[in-house]
Design a protein around this ligand. Structure first.
Ligand SMILES: C[S@@+](CC[C@H](N)C(=O)[O-])C[C@H]1O[C@@H](n2cnc3c(N)ncnc32)[C@H](O)[C@@H]1O
Length: 414
């Protein structure tokens, strides 16, 4: 159903498009013929007409709307991420699919995958975005995609059930509608915020819980409305230096104790563990966050740091102390450790360094984490051991299974 004819004007775009798709195939982002056909058919540049062709066909995000402070409110997601998410949806011709967060382009890709026998609904909270997406879809011949305006928090019941729901904004919870509106065997693909870390997860039902079967390291524009970040967080200002800690999904009992933390000298503890090549520490960041009881967000640039030390998330707190994951040195001489501030800073830094060593010894290179989402009313005693994140609607359990255990079979990349 490619609607735009290949005119002379379009030829450079086609060349760039096929080159991009060849790369997505070579990189293993596209793995099925149906998704390849969709990417080859849909003219991405027609959904960002104000953007240079090269930028439209770069394997990167194209930002389309900003707020007054320059924060991005909407974009076309990067092709590599769209490809992975659509592959995760495992759609068949004739399926119904809901996209929460519109741009038009990904909805058109989905329309190709489910073919003219399927149904695609794309839903966005912002009328500028739905108007824009509807216009682009119409001009490119994909006007059978239903464009709806509303808060994705409640899904879109009118066309449910869906074989898959793909959420395209950074979510802080899994509202009931997202799972209730799925058909049996349906898949929920959602970029979920977990203890300061962001992963796009694929969930499938397993009895009365949902288990993650895939994890992609990724970031999205924030979910707006009552399900968004502000409604789920507590902010604490640290003295006068401008640093602010944001606790999402719960805050320490006495957060005011933290206000003076940065007035203390820094304590450092080093683990002897190397970051590794090429230095991806996402798994460690997630592990460290799950081992600490209180984890906050804080912009890296606002954190003080000793000479030669770089600061990384997570920022962890105990009482009136805060500490962060740190790297000193570079290349083969880089080392992982922690820097902490507060009256018991040394203890906190040493505890974090011990956890880094535990990760290196017991977890690194292993099966990864298991994530299971339970109903909100399940009792602690009914949950397996692990780190529980209580959100408004769910209890999310993260565990780190040993290799060769049944749980390890459902582990995903951290
Ligand atoms: C990254 S863009 C979507 C990109 C799109 N899927 C594409 O074609 O690549 C994220 C969108 O989510 C929307 N959004 C944010 N919060 C939302 C909410 N509560 N309900 C529905 N849409 C929301 C934003 O307005 C924004 O347009």
């Amino acid at each position: 159903m490619t609607a735009i004819p290949a005119t002379d004007f379009d030829r450079p775009a086609e060349l760039l498009r096929h080159r991009l798709i060849d790369r997505l195939l070579a990189d293993g982002r596209i793995t099925t013929a149906a998704v390849e056909v969709a990417f080859r058919a849909v003219p991405r540049h027609a959904f960002v007409p104000e953007t240079e062709l090269e930028a439209a066909y770069a394997d990167d995000t194209v930002k389309t709307k900003f707020d007054g402070e320059g924060i991005c409110l909407s974009s076309l997601s990067a092709p590599w991420l769209q490809a992975l998410m659509i592959e995760q949806a495992a759609l068949q011709p004739g399926d119904g699919v809901l996209e929460i967060g519109s741009g038009g382009y990904q909805a058109a890709l989905l329309a190709e995958v489910v073919t003219h026998t399927g149904r695609v609904v794309t839903l966005d909270i912002d009328p500028d975005i739905t108007d824009r997406a509807a216009g682009c879809l119409e001009r490119t011949g994909y006007d059978r995609v239903a464009v709806a305006m509303g808060d994705g928090e409640t899904g879109y019941a009118r066309d449910a059930p869906y074989a898959a729901t793909i959420v395209c904004a950074q979510a802080y919870d899994i509202p009931p509608a997202w799972t209730e509106q799925l058909a049996p065997g349906g898949r929920l693909i959602v970029p979920l915020y977990l203890l300061g870390q962001r992963r796009t997860l694929t969930f499938v039902a397993d009895g009365d819980r949902w288990i993650a079967t895939n994890s992609i390291y990724s970031g999205f524009v924030d979910f707006q409305g009552p399900g968004g970040r502000a409604a789920n967080s507590t902010r604490i200002r640290l003295g006068d230096n401008g640093a602010t800690l944001t606790f999402v999904h719960g805050a320490p009992d006495q957060p005011y104790e933290l206000a003076g933390a940065l007035g203390h000298a820094a304590a450092q503890a080093w683990s002897g563990v190397l970051p590794g090549t090429p230095g991806y520490i996402g798994g460690l960041q997630m592990y460290l966050a799950t081992r600490m009881t209180a984890v906050a967000d804080c912009p890296r640039e606002s954190l003080p740091h000793p000479e030669g030390v770089r600061a990384f998330a997570p920022v962890c707190t105990t009482g009136g102390n805060l500490g962060y994951l740190a790297v000193r040195g570079a290349g083969d001489h880089a080392e992982l450790g922690a820097v902490a501030y507060g009256p018991q800073a040394r203890q906190l830094a040493e505890d974090m360094a011990t956890i880094i060593a535990d990760w290196d010894r017991d977890v690194r290179g292993g099966p990864g984490m298991s994530i299971a989402v339970y109903p909100r009313d399940i009792a602690d005693a009914q949950l397996p051991d692990g780190r529980v994140i209580d959100t408004t609607h769910r209890r999310i359990l993260i565990t780190w299974p040993d290799a060769d255990t049944p749980q390890a079979r459902s582990a995903v990349e951290a």
